[in-house]
Design a binder for this molecule. Structure first.
Ligand code: SAH
Length: 181
């Protein structure tokens, strides 16, 4: 069976082409940024930690990708940099290799999600990996689930992919698709 992160990548890869603009809302170590750089025309990647930009830049240089703009800003400002997107990905929580007190927060996560849903072209998709084992993670999880559960069904479909029988609160995946052609 696919792990949630694998599922997230496959979900986006199904729709992203070399003509598309996409967003990595939480750069972190840059794994998703590189993944998207291989698929899309242009990637806009956000993080609020310098360390994330450095790691990601290194990773992109090694692989030889120049189609990425790394932005040292919160993802809640996505609308200031991007006018449309075919896809977006969020990896919530903290960056394991960095300061564990720097975490994504419900209010800014929802603001970013709301803006990205708005910027999404028809047929566009968003994948959200929800890590909720840390302090405050359950509040963010609930905020995201509440938000995506209330998206208008004429415009979006939202789904969840989650293992049910594992210990230690493993991350799970929420997927959103904007309907239409
Ligand atoms: N929990 C995941 C990694 C999450 S990394 C795992 O274990 O694999 C989350 C990243 O989001 C961090 O690098 C953090 O700096 C970043 N971040 C936190 N708040 C943010 C914001 N408002 N906008 C953009 N990035 C943010």
């Amino acid at each position: 069976m696919k792990r949630p992160l694998e599922m997230a990548h496959d979900f986006l890869a199904e729709v992203v082409t070399q003509d598309d603009i996409v967003v990595d809302a939480t750069m972190g170590n840059g794994h998703d940024t590189l993944f998207l750089a291989k698929l899309a025309k242009q990637v806009y990647a956000f993080d609020i930690q310098e360390q994330a930009l450095e790691k990601t830049q290194e990773r992109l240089n090694e692989a030889g990708f120049e189609n990425v703009q790394l932005i040292l800003q919160g993802h809640e400002r996505v609308d200031q940099f991007v006018t449309e997107a075919k896809a977006g990905i969020f990896n919530l929580g903290y960056l394991p290799s960095a300061d564990k007190s720097v975490i994504t927060k419900p209010q800014t996560t929802i603001e970013a999600l709301e803006k990205l849903c708005h910027l999404l072209v028809k047929g566009g998709r968003i994948a959200i990996m929800i890590y909720y084992g840390h302090e405050g993670g359950d509040l963010e999880r609930d905020a995201v689930l509440d938000y995506v559960s209330n998206l208008p069904q004429q415009e979006f479909t939202s789904t969840i992919y989650q293992t049910l029988n594992q210990v230690n609160k493993p991350p799970f995946l929420v997927m959103i698709e904007k309907l239409g052609k």
